[in-house]
Design a protein around this ligand. Structure first.
Ligand SMILES: [Zn+2]
Length: 174
């Protein structure tokens, strides 16, 4: 185990050494990810292991966990997204090798014999971001009905309920 955070590292050498890396890094040190967050104060914990798999592939496997604070797209308040993800990547030298990987192993194409360790973690977390972050309806600050008012669908429904409203609308337009 090592607490030292490597920046660029040689994945082939780390694999041959069977290196284990665990520790914590601040979310704020991952620029692409933290740009998507409402609160960048948290940390990412990781426990990762470089090793050869049964097919002699160089792999990095382990667990990454954190809590991402996103902005609810309904009420614009903070919504916590706890993340605990199993990482399983294989280091490859090109797209041909990447295409041959079995399902369950994500390719990481190594250029110049080096990888950015932080990028590996950041890429993994970026995949966990939902397309639209939202609270569960029962805890969201903004009631569903309020949000529905913004949609034209509801307007049609109201008109249906009161045909006289439609008439008065028409008169007003003339
Ligand atoms: Zn909400």
């Amino acid at each position: 185990m090592s607490q030292r955070m490597p920046d660029r590292l040689d994945p082939w050498r780390f694999t041959d050494l069977g290196k284990e890396i665990s520790g914590q890094i601040p979310l704020g040190s991952l620029p692409r990810l933290s740009a998507c967050l409402l609160d960048r104060a948290g940390e990412v914990a990781f426990d990762l292991h470089f090793q050869r798999d049964l097919q002699r592939r160089a792999t990095l496997t382990g667990v990454i966990s954190t809590v991402l604070v996103l902005e609810c797209q309904r009420c614009l308040e903070a919504v916590d997204l706890p993340v605990e993800t199993e990482m399983a990547i294989a280091f490859v030298e090109g797209y041909d090798q990447a295409a041959q990987l079995p399902e369950g192993l994500d390719p990481c194409i190594v250029e110049d014999g080096q990888v950015q360790f932080m990028d590996l973690i950041e890429d993994e977390l970026l995949l966990m971001l939902p397309q639209v972050a939202m609270h569960e309806p029962d805890v969201c600050q903004k009631p569903l009905t309020e949000m529905a008012d913004e949609k034209p669908v509801v307007q049609e429904a109201l008109i249906g309920e009161n045909p006289f409203a439609v008439l008065s609308e028409l008169k007003r337009e003339k």
